[in-house]
Write a protein that binds this ligand. Structure first.
Ligand SMILES: Nc1ncnc2c1ncn2[C@@H]1O[C@H](COP(=O)(O)OP(=O)(O)OP(=O)(O)O)[C@@H](O)[C@H]1O
Ligand SMILES: [Mg+2]
Length: 331
């Protein structure tokens, strides 16, 4: 059987709060194939980061995976011990964070940091060999003068340059799966588009699988093969990027797409979905989107919808997809 690169099954992550345990991520199912770019998109607080941290097993101590499995090829990551997991983290799975500037150590040169990363994972590599490799990687991520940059401290570089250094570091171990959590949000659009191009090139050259987290649908359109839309800790819609953009099925996806400003529509006020993502301690009964949904009907306030299969490779967690709903008077 062909394994997916990543296969998340029925994942639930709870936070300990003063008032008890509350799920922040609920019943997530998500898979990424080799060489595929999967975008996770959703508003702030929808659970994107928590999901990605659970793959790396670097969740904050007050968060806990309460059920589910995370398969990386044929290994269930949640069943590994600390040592086995640290052999995977930063090796076959690596992560790029939003804020590159603060993820790099201000006290060391960029070259030193890449060299250390390489040598942590490949003990038999000499410093000289690692430095050569570091320069090669910097070149690969579009840095024209790697000889200068290896000697530079992070504060001497622009945000875009730091982000490239972070990507070079993440690539140093030739990961099979790269998780990028809003890697371009802090950058201006020109640099952002260069970084997106770079990630696509990396996928092409190494057949790397990429999980790309963003709240920006423009970025999704540019980079994704498939998209998972998250809302209130659930994946509410999943499908390939074309069908999501051309034919959104979940009212939340529809709302997100409607909120993209259009250049060719004059003097129209920007659309935005009314309200905001509920807090994990105050989730509505039934569908979590019901307070903001203009299409909600009785069922939506009673029971949470399951993920309905809608056509091939398309899942939608919405009662509107339920063929039986016309006959359903509610239980
Ligand atoms: N340290 C924490 N303590 C308590 N709750 C938390 C903590 N971190 C996250 N949460 C809660 O978990 C939920 C998911 O948060 P997460 O950071 O995954 O969202 P996100 O989709 O990455 O948002 P953003 O777009 O702002 O990065 C939110 O409701 C948030 O309030
Ligand atoms: Mg986040």
């Amino acid at each position: 059987m062909q394994h997916n690169m990543l296969d998340i099954q029925d994942l639930t992550i709870e936070f300990k709060t003063e008032n008890g345990l509350f799920p922040a991520v609920n019943d997530i199912n998500l898979s990424i194939k080799q060489g595929e770019i999967m975008c996770i998109v959703g508003e702030s607080g929808s659970g994107k980061t928590i999901t990605s941290l659970s793959i790396m097993q670097i969740l904050p101590s007050i968060a806990n995976v309460s059920s589910g499995e995370i398969w990386f090829k044929e290994q269930n990551l949640l069943a590994l011990n600390k040592k086995e997991m640290s052999g995977i983290r930063g090796n076959s799975v690596s992560m790029i964070f939003q804020d590159a500037m603060s993820s790099l150590d201000p006290l060391f040169t960029c070259g030193h940091q890449i060299v250390e990363t390489i040598r942590t994972h490949k003990k038999d590599v000499t410093k000289e060999q690692a430095l050569e490799k570091a320069k090669e990687l910097l070149k690969k991520v579009g840095i024209a003068h790697p000889d200068t940059i290896v000697n530079a401290y992070p504060y001497e570089l622009s945000g875009g340059m730091c982000q490239r250094v972070m990507i070079a570091m993440a690539l140093s171990c030739e990961p099979k799966l790269l998780i990028a959590d809003e890697p371009t949000t802090a950058l201006d659009v020109t640099v952002q588009s260069q970084i997106l191009k770079l990630l696509k090139q990396i996928r092409k050259d190494f057949n790397t699988s990429i999980m790309f987290i963003t709240h920006d649908l423009g970025v999704v359109a540019e980079i994704a093969d498939r998209v998972a839309v998250m809302y209130a800790g659930r994946i509410v819609e999943e499908g390939d990027v074309k069908s999501i953009f051309n034919n959104p099925q979940h009212p939340y996806t529809e709302g997100l797409l409607k909120s993209i400003p259009k250049l060719n529509v004059k003097s129209e006020r920007f659309y935005s979905i009314k309200g905001s993502v509920p807090s994990i301690t105050e989730m509505p009964v039934g569908c979590k989107f019901n307070p903001r949904c203009s299409k909600a009907f009785a069922n939506c306030f009673k029971k949470e919808p399951p993920a309905f299969n809608v056509g091939e490779h398309r899942k939608v967690r919405c009662w509107l997809m339920d063929d039986e709903r016309m006959n359903d008077s509610g239980e």
